[in-house]
Design a protein around this ligand. Sequence first.
Ligand code: MSP
Length: 656
Amino acid sequence: MSTSDRFYVTTPIYYVNDVPHIGHAYTTVAADVLARYWRLRGREVFFLTGLDEQGQKVQQAAAKAGIDPQTHCDKLAPQFENLWRKLNICNDAFIRTTDAQHKQVVQRYLQELFDKQLIYKADYSGWYCTFDERFWTEKDVADGLCPDCKRPVEKLSEHNYFFQMGQYQDRLIDHIKRHDQFIRPESRRNEVLGFLQSQKLSDLSISRPKSRLSWGIELPFDTAYVTYVWFDALVNYVSALEYLPREKSVGHGWWPANVHLVGKDILTTHAVYWSTMLMALNLPLPETIFAHGWWTVDGEKMSKSRGNVVDPNKMADEFGVDAFRYFLLREVPFGQDGDFSLTGMITRINSDLANGLGNLLSRTLTLIERTQGGVIPPPGICGPAEQELEQAAISLLREGLPHHLEQLEFNRALEAIWHVVQLANQYVDKTAPWTLAKDERDAGRLKTVLYTMGEILRCLSIAIYAVMPKSAQTICAQLGVADEFAQTLPIGRMRWGGLTPGTAIRKGSSLFPRIDSKIQGAKLVTESSVPSQPTVSSLPTAPPAPPAAPQITIDEFMKVQLKMAKILSAERVPKSEKLIKLQVSLGAEQRQIVAGIGKKYEPDTLVGKTIVIVANLKPAKLMGIESQGMVLAAGDADVRGLLTIQEEVDPGTKVK
Ligand code: MSP
């Protein structure tokens, strides 16, 4: 089998210093989509994920939990593996860097580089960041803080072993320039090139003295040292191939990887450290390293201290695995940063999944059940409306979908699918099969329409399979057709007309139930870090569901005039803990607003923010000060955050 018949995709191996979060789920789901897509297209796939178990971070986490590092890793590993099973991840292998075979490969490579004199020993003195496990130079840490994580750094002087990374600088620049798919997206490729072209690439310290760190792989040529965690971790992509693929004989046949998926923060380690290590080992470079963006949560950085770490287990339990997978890949272009919010997720699920695809399926099955005795009818003559739909489905399956998925444009792939969902729902609205069902003379036409609805759903099941495998199978099962996803389905076999008339449908429960927007965010964050630790008690708990609010008409809502306003000045109202007096600009006019946001914000952090206000509220006095409007903020009694928008807009712009 040639390399072009194969597809090797990897995720980063995750540190086992804590339980998995949405960032881990994001990359792993994306890799899963690629693996499923290529398998369906007929390639042989190897999909690798796993855990980074050595190094300082893990040693520290274990110490905090009061257990030895290996026990700590063994306790946490199942949390990742179980999450992958829950999220329907089809990885072929799960590497752990404490595997004996992995350690052997790392040591073999170290010895090889040492023998080639590409590793040497030298004195080193620099600023060390324990969190990032790396040294920084004097100019990087002007303020005594790590430029990356902003934690304090410490001055360290020690002997260490160095890999001659610097000598590969020109070769790496040349490789990047000649392979435009090597680092993606393009903006990241330019960043790496800019960095490599603007400064001299230094050598890489690849050891840590055991006196400072004991949890690591011993250097084969000096037992007083362990390997730097990144040297060890990056090797996983190759070491795994020696002992994890099911057919043992293939070994390096899988290398080079087609895609390494990584987050933007670990692009340098992959594009520079890993590439130069491979050059030194005379191994080919991966075809693509794709760096995706980061998720914030409700506009804020996700962190344990903020208590907003999104737990993928809870998301899947609450909203369904496929809805969660869909949201992750639909919401944000892969490669860009995105914001995670429950409102955003619920809106997507309700509009795209429940009202879009779910509704199409339930209308189709109900109509077939009621008018055709639950059996797929034979189509009659197809008119322009049917041909248009057939065209749309075929071009989606043969062109749009492959193009976008192969470019890792997951959101555009989903957009293209949902365009067809929309066309299909419009077709149903236009042809109105429920009206056709009322007149015997339209019986033939009704059969054509219902067949077309069923067939478009079958095509859509193929289209969504990589992102939503379970739903794709459910659609097939409900249509009464065997799903084809266990076998390969090359592009040529993606045809119109696969549904066999006479097949009995099996209407089941609703594919995507509508989500009640009352679901509380607090339930969805991680509750425990390391299993042996007690549950964090300070996390917000879900408040009792509020009584359902009375409904209002659109006309009533339109009476409320919302506008963007820029805060010009802010000061505390004397003797009040909560109230802040704001002067805001609405463009042409200026207003004074007294807002109860003083527990959440310091006045000077507010100046310059563009917020949303109710502009036609009757003025009122609060502690004797006139307020000419009201600011909009999330939260109830305690304010969680003011409503702002990311785009630049002029003060005074209407909000609706
Ligand atoms: N162990 C290293 C990787 C070694 S690969 C040879 C590591 N592990 S990690 O667990 O800290 O991070 C793993 C991945 O999670 C990274 O790709 C990182 O970008 C990603 N994310 C961490 N937080 C994230 C978000 N908030 N959003 C999206 N991805 C994020 O680094």
